[in-house]
Design a protein around this ligand. Structure first.
Ligand SMILES: Nc1ncnc2c1ncn2[C@@H]1O[C@H](COP(=O)(O)OP(=O)(O)OP(=O)(O)O)[C@@H](O)[C@H]1O
Ligand SMILES: [Mg+2]
Length: 390
């Protein structure tokens, strides 16, 4: 069988070059360990999104032969070590206090058990999108800061192994989490938000493909082995799509609701609908949808330009019978803030801007979802800022 597998792997196209992985002699290891296939290829010159295409192609081609849960693909590059090695090693912490050991992750399959509550957490909100690049991570970080403005303690789990971005957005790229005396991982604090990310445990130049089920185990650790005590809202930034990570998380923890992010484009919406359907099938309450990059508002004349189309998400929420939590306009400062590690909603200087107000509006709608009686639009904290009349 191994020969047949090798033949198939050699035919997998490299989207970066148009050739095949075989012709480019990229396969470094193809072996069976029991029922498990372990294969490793050189990813030099292949971008993270191209790697995702390759992974999907491998899964499609080999699922009938090996079984999708038995495929483990690793990559190497001339600059990086295999991520598994990097995980086995203790992260380099410059000043390690004796009683505060660096936190370590155990890579392993997530087991699906009974749904558990995450100790210390009020509400868990999953933030998903069908498609990548719609601004989910940017939204998650800024929603966290928005919810903190209404007096809530907020935590964020960056569950995106393919492109963990919270360390960058929150300006903590070089941080290495430690464990407390109870061996729980201490989340990193930035702008008053506690967060945990795969990014802390892998090298930035080590983009690798991990099989979803392997990640289930890590995500379980992020839920249950991190000290989330005293957290009102725990937001989970999911990787795009409707795959194993999303399923594993929802099957293991009591998640209180999901938010779906989409841009107004038809294709993004189509994917967002798939995401919604998945959450619905899993009986996860849908808090609502958010339209991101909804329009560009000109700083000079105030005119709205609908760069990615108009009204699409509104139509979708009507069709699907879910709430529209708000629309976040395109805003250059939202991007630059994320790039330099100073998230937009941490900067009061923007408080008169439409994007700021759009986040307050979404935050209010999220609070109202969970507290429909106690939070009236007339008296809420957000309404006061937004200037709603009493
Ligand atoms: N409303 C916005 N206005 C301007 N830029 C935005 C907006 N929302 C997100 N961006 C920018 O768009 C890019 C993609 O956003 P982000 O990384 O948050 O998307 P994502 O959905 O999390 O992507 P991925 O699928 O890769 O995880 C980033 O450069 C981000 O700063
Ligand atoms: Mg992201």
């Amino acid at each position: 069988m191994i020969e047949q597998i090798k033949e198939i792997l050699n035919q997998i196209p490299n989207p970066a070059s148009g050739s095949t992985l075989g012709k480019e002699q990229r396969w470094q290891l193809v072996t069976m360990e029991g029922e498990k296939l372990i294969a490793q290829y050189n990813r030099d010159g292949i971008s993270p999104s191209e790697k995702r295409i390759i992974e999907t192609e491998i899964q499609k081609s080999l699922s009938s032969l090996v079984g999708i849960d038995n495929i483990l693909i690793k990559t190497t590059s001339s600059q990086s070590q295999d991520v598994f090695k990097s995980l086995e090693h203790t992260p380099s912490v410059s000043e390690v206090e004796p009683q505060s050991p660096p936190a370590q992750l155990k890579v392993g399959h997530g087991t699906v058990g009974n749904k558990k509550n995450v100790p210390g957490v009020g509400k868990i909100i999953a933030i998903g999108s069908g498609k990548g690049g719609v601004g989910k991570s940017t939204f998650t970080a800024n929603l966290a800061l928005t919810l903190a403005k209404s007096g809530h303690k907020v935590g964020v789990i960056d569950a995106d192994i393919y492109g963990p971005s919270m360390p960058m957005i929150f300006g903590k790229r070089n941080e290495k989490p430690r464990s407390n005396s109870e061996r729980k991982i201490i989340p990193v604090d930035s702008f008053g938000i506690k967060f945990m990310s795969f990014g802390f445990f892998i090298n930035e130049n080590d983009p690798v493909i991990w099989r979803g089920p392997m990640l289930g185990g890590v995500l379980n650790q992020f839920l249950f082995d991190v000290d989330w005590s005293d957290t009102d809202y725990l937001l989970i930034d999911l990787p795009p799509g409707t795959g194993d990570i999303q399923l594993s998380m929802i099957q293991n923890a009591h998640v209180d609701g999901a938010i779906i992010i989409s841009t107004p484009q038809d294709i993004a919406l189509l994917d967002a609908k798939k995401g919604l359907e998945m959450f619905k099938k899993l009986n996860l309450p849908i808090i609502g949808m958010v339209e991101n990059m909804s329009a560009f508002i000109c700083n000079h004349c105030g005119t709205e330009h609908h760069i990615f189309g108009e009204g699409g998400v509104e139509k979708a929420v009507q069709e699907l019978g879910v709430n529209l939590l708000g629309k976040v306009p395109l805003e250059i400062e939202l991007r630059t803030g994320s790039d330099i590690g100073v998230p937009y909603m941490s900067q009061e200087a923007y408080s008169n801007h439409p994007v700021w107000k759009s986040f307050l509006n979404v935050g209010e709608n999220v609070n109202r979802f969970f507290n429909p009686e106690t939070l009236s639009p007339k008296t809420s904290f957000f309404s006061k800022i937004l200037g709603h009349k009493k």
